[in-house]
Design a protein. Structure first.
Lengths: 499, 350
């Protein structure tokens, strides 16, 4: 039988780390093949090899039965392989159409706009994508931007399409739409490789699965032969526990208060109070003011109106540094923007935000020994998969970057934790760990504000829930007061469900 | 441990691609020499002799590397903060002018005090000139490169005005100031060469820059702002402040590129004494990938090229400007490092 993709004996090393260890990866034509594995198990690396971004140290690749050498993404495109990266590579100021047709190396020097437009339009019709070709990218939602990325790949004539964690940035509704689109792609004869940490999803759309563990392929199964439970065991190598225990604790004093702050201009201003021993969850579809809320709480936006209090003191106009020193921790929703220094070593990333603490600084000098020791401890405790504290944070796997940020922010015994999308891109084991850690912090008396697009996460962790819609807090209450459906309705702007 | 770390960090790949581009430049330079009818091997041999063949030649090579080291370090510091300081040329003129005036008019006779005062005046001059693009960039987002380049002209013309009108040497036919007193001059490290204690100063400044960037929280904050401005902000670092501080440090170092020429070589401010040190400094920093010790090595290489080519031209009749040609090729090849990554990538699989 001929495979669409046949990768055999693939090995790739980065210094001391073997990211891919003699992996066989086989994909049949016109199937949806899921690639699973814990953070840092080598999924992105394997796909980057297939797409010509990295070169393998050992191994062979056949595409549609033909042995090939893929030296660059351009080679991959020519072989009909396309990749939808987790980070969008779009030009914000250009329109959808321009983004799709520009940068296609088949295009001659002069563009025939009308012809290209017709081609793109016929793609839209064929795959039932609903998108305005003349809209600027910066006005699109995340889900729409992703559609543009998919169109780019289709326009270049891809027959084999790789999706690297496409759903981790999407809301549940958007995810469902995307999964539908991917199934449609298969019906139209495309072959799909799908990377995800969400096992439910992979069981819904996958035809077969390959599981990686620590760089090696440990299982290759058909959907019919497996289960979520089974896959989890393959990934982790042991049974996984998935029950969360929440101790009942009484909330204490108010730790953080947001009073009359207009998150969006010309909207009702927002009020929030977070207490000791309490997790307040913000539910809402992404893009309804969560980013603005996050930025204003850590002091990156100066509002002319409203007040903010931390531990009883007004901090409305205090800079970020003071807020951090007073005990505010921040797990940013956008870790690449706000969380890491990609070209610096892990140690120096652990210093970020802690640079003014006596622990790491004396007379203006960095206390390197302490910093090294601290970094090593954190890596150990949070299971960051790395070759050592001298590795640059930009070369960590996506999930491990998240662990780096988490460990840094939770380490300085904070009083108030702003956790925005804390589990994006993490594998099930790591999500478990983060949830447990947040609950443990709560039991120690921390006040936690959890912003998450994942409704199940909000419901599982929060003592109280606030719903955000179009820049306003439209409902607040004990989490027991809401049902999942009510929350869903309110997130979509249908009020009057509860309270 | 730090030495080992240092070598690990200065990763093989970046070192290798810098070395490859150097080698290639020499090959292309050789072809050019061959094309104008001289044996390239002989020419390179003569350049080598001229650069390092005798102690005296070596000393002159080191001497001509001094302004390049300062200029390169200045660019490196600013690059770390995510800025490109193309105003080194203007800053070195302003710094050198401040230093010269200090040497001419400060009524101090104590050598030590006088030299310290000159250094301080120099730094103030350079910092003032770096502050302008720094503040404009930090406050209004004005592109620092454009402001700095325009300020280069202002500095050059302004200092020229000063030496033509108010501070011109009495009875001189050329545009220059009077000579600064003996007490204000640097002492020579090697007799009858131009190598002065300025070289030691350059090495010390390089070590300070390295230390600043690797070991101090100030340096960390500067590189954080340059590496990821938003993350720096979220980490409690005020980018505006550190952009300006980095520019000030850069300007202070840049000024030494001019001042050491005045107090070590000409003993007066001469019209247009800098043959574009600021821009060569940019090339030095790029080739050295902003590593302070790399800056020293690269500057010595460029210094050796110019003294070596001068020597070669006296013997073979090839113009001494051959050094400019080879330097330019190096710069061209360095600014296209992508090329080497591609070459490297395709070679692996054949
Ligand atoms: N450019 C690089 N330089 C050094 N190490 C790297 C590089 N890219 C990846 N690695 C290492 O290779 C390993 C595998 O990384 P990879 O990104 O493939 O993981 P992943 O399975 O995609 O994980 P995640 O689910 O977290 O995205 C990691 O330990 C990572 O640190
Ligand atoms: Mg990945």
């Amino acid at each position: 039988m001929e495979y669409a993709i046949e990768m055999r004996g693939i090995t790739k090393r980065f210094g001391a780390v073997t990211a891919n260890d003699n992996i066989d990866f086989l994909v049949k034509p016109q199937e949806i093949h899921c690639l699973l594995g814990e953070n840092g198990s080598g999924k992105t690396t394997l796909m980057n090899i297939l797409f010509g971004i990295y070169t393998m140290d050992e191994g062979q690749i056949k595409v549609n039965g033909q042995p090939v050498h893929i030296r660059s993404p351009r080679d991959a495109s020519r072989l009909g392989i396309g990749m939808v990266h987790q980070h969008f590579m779009l030009f914000n100021q250009n329109t959808v159409l321009e983004n799709i047709i520009l940068g296609d190396e088949r295009v001659p020097f002069f563009l025939d706009y009308e012809k290209s437009r017709k081609e793109v339009q016929s793609l839209l019709d064929r795959y039932e994508f609903h998108i305005d070709l003349d809209e600027k990218i910066c006005n699109l939602s995340v889900g729409m931007k992703q559609r543009v990325e998919i169109l780019k790949v289709l326009y270049r004539g891809a027959e084999i399409i790789i999706f690297d964690e496409p759903t981790s940035v999407l809301t549940p509704q958007e995810s469902d739409i995307l999964l539908g689109m991917i199934q449609n792609l298969r019906e139209q004869g495309k072959t799909v490789v799908f990377i995800s940490h969400k096992l439910g999803e992979t069981m819904t759309i996958g035809d077969s699965m390959t599981v990686l563990r620590k760089g090696a392929a440990v299982a290759n199964v058909l959907r019919e032969e497996t289960s979520v439970h089974d896959l989890a065991r393959h990934m982790v190598g042991k049974e996984v526990e998935t029950s969360l225990e929440r101790e009942e604790v009484e909330p204490g004093e108010c730790v953080f208060e947001l009073a009359d702050v207009p998150i969006w201009e010309h909207r009702k201003s927002c009020n929030l109070r977070v207490h000791e021993y309490e997790i307040l969850g913000i539910a809402g579809v992404d893009g309804n003011g969560q980013m603005e809320l996050e930025e204003s709480i850590i002091g990156l936006r100066d509002h002319r109106q409203g007040h903010q209090y931390l531990l009883g003191e007004e901090i409305t106009h205090e800079p970020t540094l003071l807020r951090k020193l007073k005990g505010m921790a921040h797990i940013p929703s956008d870790r690449h923007k706000y969380g890491i220094l990609p070209n610096e070593t892990l140690c120096r990333n652990y210093l970020l935000g802690n640079q003014e603490r006596e622990e790491f600084k004396s007379h203006g000098l960095i206390r390197t020994q302490r910093l090294d020791r601290f970094s090593e401890e954190m890596i150990e405790k949070y299971n960051v998969y790395t070759s050592g504290i001298e590795q640059t944070s930009g070369s960590l796997s996506g999930g491990n970057q998240q662990k780096l940020v988490l460990s840094r922010e939770l380490s300085q015994s904070p009083k108030f934790i702003l956790a925005a999308q804390p589990t994006v891109g993490l594998d099930i084991g790591a999500i478990e760990f983060v949830h447990r850690t947040l609950l443990q912090k709560r039991e120690e008396g921390c006040a936690i504000l959890l912003i998450s697009a994942d409704l199940s996460e909000v419901m599982a962790l929060s003592d109280r829930i606030a719903v955000m819609y179009e820049g306003e807090i439209v409902a607040v209450g004990d989490s027991s007061e809401f049902t999942r459906d009510e929350l869903g309705l309110m997130m979509a702007g249908h009020l009057g469900g509860a309270s | 441990m730090s030495i080992k770390k240092f070598f690990r960090r200065f990763s093989f790949d970046s070192l290798a691609s810098s070395l490859i581009s150097l080698l290639l430049s020499f090959v292309i330079g050789g072809l050019l020499i061959w094309a104008i009818g001289t044996n390239p091997f002989q020419a390179y041999y003569l350049i080598g002799v001229g650069a390092v063949g005798t102690m005296k030649n070596l000393a002159n090579t080191l001497a001509s590397s001094i302004p390049l080291i300062f200029a390169g370090l200045a660019v490196a510091v600013s690059s770390k903060a995510g800025l490109l300081n193309l105003g080194v040329e203007g800053q070195l003129y302003m710094g050198a002018m401040a230093a010269t005036l200090c040497g001419l008019y400060l009524p101090a006779t104590n050598r030590f005090i006088l030299l310290i005062a000159i250094m301080i005046a120099s730094m103030l001059g350079g910092m003032l000139w770096a502050l302008i693009p720094g503040v404009l960039k930090a406050k209004f987002g004005t592109h620092e490169v454009i402001v700095a380049i325009m300020l280069n002209y202002v500095a050059e013309l302004f200092t020229t005005y000063l030496i033509i009108v108010p501070f011109r040497e009495h009875g001189s036919t050329v545009n220059q100031t009077a000579e600064i007193p003996k007490a204000a001059r640097l002492s020579k490290l090697f007799p009858r060469t131009q190598l002065t204690t300025a070289f030691i100063l350059a090495v010390i400044v390089a070590i300070i820059v390295w230390f600043l960037l690797r070991r101090t929280t100030l340096g960390f904050k500067i590189s954080a702002v340059g590496g990821n401005r938003d993350a720096a902000r979220a980490g409690g670092i005020n980018p505006t402040a550190y952009v300006i501080i980095a520019m000030l440090i850069s300007g202070a170092i840049a000024s030494f590129a001019g001042t050491t020429e005045v107090v070590g070589k000409y003993f007066r401010f001469r019209e247009n004494f800098s043959p574009g040190f600021g821009f060569t400094g940019l090339a030095v920093a790029v080739l050295a990938r902003n590593n302070p010790f790399g800056v020293i090595a690269t500057s010595i290489l460029f210094g050796g090229l110019s003294t070596g080519c001068l020597y070669m031209s006296r013997i073979t009749g090839i113009s001494g400007h051959m050094s400019n040609v080879i330097q330019s090729i190096i710069i061209l090849l360095v600014s296209a490092p992508r090329l080497f990554e591609i070459i490297k990538g395709s070679r692996k699989r054949t």
